[in-house]
Design a protein around this ligand. Structure first.
Ligand SMILES: [Fe+2]
Ligand SMILES: [Fe+2]
Length: 465
């Protein structure tokens, strides 16, 4: 059997009807989501699926709307209906940004904030029933978890999760009952010779240690244990979104079974991507290919446009740390740092900001000279370059995957040399950095931001037998 389908996630659709002013004259907001282009991005992705002769099937793994605005939900539903009417075969579900968990607003005639009312969660779920759960042949518990035959011989289990914290849905977990239900279905599918893929909105394994630490509440409790259980059942591909990070991870259970965690970035954020997956059971292979969303009339690629919006926040971080701690706290340091913690230590933040802005490659190399093995001539062309720009690139690398600074580069050697020196200082001071970084060393934390040592985050061909 050869079958093809697409994976889209985190559409974060924002209806133009939310603007009472002319949205065309509205400046590109410095938020992670390109709300002004989310409609175009979604239409473009659906058009791509429609134009593909290999398939009309797509799984969409949650955060369909920006923050759950009624207009946004209505338009996503209508687009899915139109797509279905033209022969499209979508399997979607909703998640945290689709429910009444975030304050929502539009823009008034003058571009000011216009507060709006949410739709109740149950009503939202009903809107998407025909495009997912309504096509399922079995559901678990309240029906958030469902199994559907999305293509002949290919079953998709959309896994709902419980969460320790509500309504934020932080500290998610899969219950024992759910895992048992999944096991039964995977066994039955195997008897029929069918392939099972699974998905859930949130990443079951963190895309990187940095995400695990900074986005602590977002990570699954016992995620690694659960995904290994799925690997032992015979599931080889697991899809998710939520983190807006483009990432592929190979996880091997203690019994030697492999599973690939395929995490796709948001369709409407940096980097705006979606994937096509080809499963070939005879060859025992799956091919995963990424498409960048491209939109006309931006004067630049949509990737560049989305990066501008996203890095608009990030690029201000070093300046704000030194000169405007409140602005730094309001953007949570760009990486979900607790606002209270930042405001409790304004002088420390300002001091760190000053130091950060004054750093050059030369200064950093001098600091770690016994640890990086480089001669001055190796980085002569970079000596006066601001090091903070590399730090910004590392933050951007966290999201776009395939970080480019392999171990032979000056960037890698100077950064990891400095990390090793800091680790040495911390050990002399008897500071347990692992305790501060949730069980990771500083090297574990920084290295994946420089260099991807796992499967290619965009495109990979993997064994699924
Ligand atoms: Fe999202
Ligand atoms: Fe989410």
């Amino acid at each position: 059997m050869v079958c093809n389908f697409y994976h889209i996630t985190d559409v974060h659709y924002y209806s133009k009807r939310n603007f009472k002013c002319d949205w065309r004259t509205f400046p590109q907001p410095n938020t992670q989501i390109c709300i002004l282009k989310s409609e175009e991005a979604f239409k473009k992705a659906l058009e791509t699926v429609e134009a593909d002769k290999d398939t009309n099937t797509v799984i969409i793994t949650g955060d369909l709307t920006n923050h759950g605005e009624s207009y946004s939900h209505e338009e996503v539903r209508d687009l899915l209906q139109d797509f279905t009417n033209r022969g499209g075969n979508p399997f979607v579900y909703t998640d945290n940004h689709d429910y009444p968990y975030f304050p929502i607003h539009g823009y008034d005639e003058n571009g000011g904030i216009l507060p709006m009312e949410h739709l109740p969660e149950e009503e939202v779920k009903k809107m998407y029933y025909p495009f997912g759960r309504g096509k399922a042949f079995d559901t678990y518990d309240d029906g958030t978890t469902y199994i559907a035959e999305i293509l002949p011989g290919l079953y998709h289990i959309a896994m709902g999760y419980d969460a320790e914290e509500r309504p934020s849905l932080h500290h998610p977990y899969f219950s024992d009952g759910l895992m048992e239900w999944v096991r039964n279905h995977v066994e039955k599918a195997k008897e029929k010779g069918a392939v099972v893929i699974c998905s859930t909105h949130r990443p079951v394994v963190p895309p990187s240690p940095a995400y695990a630490v900074v986005g602590k509440g977002h990570s699954f409790i016992d995620g690694e244990k659960r995904i290994k259980e799925l690997a032992d059942m015979g599931v080889r591909l697991f899809f998710s979104g939520h983190s807006h990070i483009q990432c592929m991870k190979e996880i091997v259970s203690e019994k030697g079974n492999r599973i690939y965690s395929v995490q796709t970035s948001s369709l409407a954020a940096f980097p705006p991507k979606f994937r096509k997956i080809t499963i070939d059971t005879e060859k025992g292979m799956a091919e995963i290919r990424t498409t960048n969303v491209e939109l006309p009339d931006l004067g630049m690629s949509f990737t560049e446009y989305s990066k501008k919006g996203f890095l608009g926040i990030i690029e201000k971080i070093p300046y704000n740390m030194e000169h405007d701690v409140e602005a730094f706290a309001n953007t949570q340091g760009g990486i979900s740092l607790p606002k209270d913690l930042i405001m409790k230590h304004p002088k420390t933040v300002m001091f760190l900001g000053r130091k950060l802005n004054g750093l050059t490659y030369g200064k950093v190399a001098k600091f770690s000279k016994k640890y990086h093995g480089l001669k001055k001539s190796d980085y002569a062309d970079k000596t006066d370059k601001k090091f903070v720009n590399l730090i910004l690139a590392l933050i951007s690398n966290l999201y776009c995957g395939n970080a480019p600074y392999s171990p032979d580069t000056v960037e890698y050697k100077i950064t990891m040399g400095s990390v090793r020196k800091i680790e040495k200082i911390l050990s002399v001071l008897r500071v347990d950095s692992k305790k501060l970084l949730g069980g990771y060393t500083l090297s574990d934390f920084i290295e994946p931001l420089l260099y991807n040592s796992g499967p290619d985050d965009d495109n990979a061909t993997v064994r699924i037998d």
